[in-house]
Design a protein around this ligand. Sequence first.
Ligand SMILES: [Zn+2]
Length: 411
Amino acid sequence: MQVLQGKNLLRIKETNQSAILRMIYYYGPISRSDIAQRLELTLPTITTNINKMLGEGLIKETFIRGKAPNPSGRRAHPLYINQQACYFGGVELKNTNWSVCVTDFGGRILASAEGVCPDGDYDNFIWQIGRDFTACLAESGKKLEELCGIGISLPGLVDREKGILKINSRYRWIERDVCSDFARLTGYQGKITLENNAIARGLSAQLFNWDEVENGKSFAYLVVSAGIACPLFLNTSSYRGSVVDAGEAGHMVLDPHGRLCICGNHGCLEAYASEYAIINDCKKEMEQGRAGILREISKERQELTIADIVQAQEAGDLDVCRIVENAIYMLGIAATNIINFAGPDIMLVDCQLFKNASNRQLFLDYTQSSRGNPVHFKYFKTTLSFVDSDRFIGALGAAAVAIDEKLEIVM
Ligand SMILES: [Zn+2]
């Protein structure tokens, strides 16, 4: 975490406030002297800033039994964030699905909803999420004006400053003014922040699972969804978000003579191991009269899902097992490449296939064997861990973008 010293007093004040609030967010309950020590700031600076945040209700202090709060005893009271200080909205678009949620300041989900837009049409998508976000907000018992911010995340290249999606090659959407469209449909007049969904999910890990990443100076967040991305985050800097932007790992070429990818190259990771590729491979098997167990499981479904595929694999569908194992093999090579190249201290893996314990083990076997790679990743001391891929992890990631924005701009 960075603190500033210098002549631009307003900037210094903003940065210090943000750093102090982040400390309380990550480490709370935490004492004033601990914050001062960690940030190398003076206790009076800490106290002034903290009194302001206490006054605004952003943070609270723990009451210590038997010790009445008085001006001299205050410092002993550890601080933590006030979960009910403000509320946030999150929206993720992924593949043909979308999910929305309303959370409190601590990232606790108050209400959530999800849906499918099979045709992938932008106007349909945005209209549906606008309508269902409004319903979700009503269910949470909060009002639009109570929201401190809304985060929207989706795959592709985004211009966060302008709130515009530059390009999404899967949907073939170009230059979409997502934030303005969402504001128009919902009537929300507050801050809406657009972010790439892999970065959003990484931010969510940083905010809500700090204990998993705090022991590393850097962490990579490998997300396998419609596409595959692996943004890299620094824990030691105040630099917000990822240092390698969205980390588009999906178009890493693993076989130059391999399958054609949507990007026009051959043998990209995404052509074998994205959810889109796995689902398509399984659909082809079903069309050819194979994958009988999966056909039975998914016969009443509008859309085949990764959850169905994992279920069929667990039930012993050999055609599905083959496809899943091949995808995991490719993911193992890719993860090892990333670790060899970037050497992050921690790699978090967010992939629905790893709900299954034997799939996790297979992935670990492939990354820990040096197959396909000359360098064994263990020499980088990278700790691998799996993210519990809950249905609303993406919407929560989007809300994390809005919460992170609040932590950055405290004033
Ligand atoms: Zn590609």
